[in-house]
Design a protein around this ligand. Sequence first.
Ligand SMILES: Cc1cc2nc3c(=O)[nH]c(=O)nc-3n(C[C@H](O)[C@H](O)[C@H](O)COP(=O)(O)OP(=O)(O)OC[C@H]3O[C@@H](n4cnc5c(N)ncnc54)[C@H](O)[C@@H]3O)c2cc1C
Length: 361
Amino acid sequence: MVIHVVGAGVAGLSAGTALLDAGADVLVHEAAPMPGGRCRSYDDPEIGRRIDTGTHLLLGANVHALAYLRRLGALDRMIEGVPAAYPFIDLSSGRRWIVRPPFRGLASALHPVALAALNTEPRESSWRRLGAVFGRLLTESACRPWIASTGIGDAMVDPAAARLGDRLALGRRLTALETDGLRIQRLVFGQERVPLAPGDRVILAVPPHAAAQLLPDLMFPTEHRAIVNAHFQVQETSPAPRLIGCVGGLAQWLLWRGDVISVTVSAADRLIGETPAALAKRFWPEVARAFELGGTPVSARIVKERRATIAATPAMERLRPGTRTRFANLSLAGDWIRTGLPATIESAVRSGAIAARLALA
Ligand SMILES: Cc1cc2nc3c(=O)[nH]c(=O)nc-3n(C[C@H](O)[C@H](O)[C@H](O)COP(=O)(O)OP(=O)(O)OC[C@H]3O[C@@H](n4cnc5c(N)ncnc54)[C@H](O)[C@@H]3O)c2cc1C
């Protein structure tokens, strides 16, 4: 019995490595030339550094993501912020304070935390999803930030790709699923058609729009929210990663790691039309103020992810499908599957683990 996993984002890697660890015969097919999907690091020619597509933060509450890292022997590639303490700055007034979760100062951080967790303005977010976020943040350890010491790809992606070895095929896009109405009969990769034996199974771990192209009658969330990141290379080097939450400006979170400072803006659809140069010009004074830097950055890179995550609105939440499909040998994985979690790494890891368990059952 072969289990085919389509998509090597975190969900596909979670499923693929769980299946491999359970002794299954697994093949992971990824369309892109590199694994990791939306959660990856890459060599950026503009600033001459390996950077993350966007800053990815885990919390102590992300028990599934942390268990995945532990299983892959990669937990030491993350730095746990102990005790949980989040420096904040009001960019308009310069006022600074520290939020010490779970409760001290949390009121001042509710909006930025909700925005970061849901990638959707809290006023339009599902109350259920908001409740799920804050309901998991009731202890100090659950609120601790976990930051990748070098890059999120080094922690979440590379160890999984190494574990899979030649069971991970890159540049291999699934273009069609052929069915007899009850089961998937063949996987089509361009000109190549791969027949499935009776016991073979498929886990489709691709984003919603890609899944909908392959499964035309699939119910799926259609609205997304953007995330915009700016990465500035600076003269100075921070000996340890420094995270600052921001209010009163454009930037929402700043992470200084090595000689690169990354700015994150969630629910950033209004910024998508702005040129990279204009955005860099708006962000840099905020970065300089928060970290008390003079001068100008060595180089800058703006990364716009239009479909960073599904919108966490009540209407989109209702459209999240479950793991099972109407085809007996096909299940779904991805951050957008109905896991009870916001569409984050935690949801992606969890969805992959659930799909793997179902495939083995
Ligand atoms: C800028 C940014 C910042 C973020 N910050 C955080 C954060 O701080 N914390 C957090 O928890 N989450 C964060 N997220 C969300 C997190 O990145 C996602 O929830 C997670 O990576 C989704 O993983 P996935 O495997 O479900 O999907 P994806 O990463 O989209 O993976 C799907 C994979 O399927 C492949 N694929 C698509 N079509 C096909 C096909 N036909 N055949 C084969 N392969 C195909 C794609 O190439 C891709 O590799 C952030 C996202 C972005 C964009």
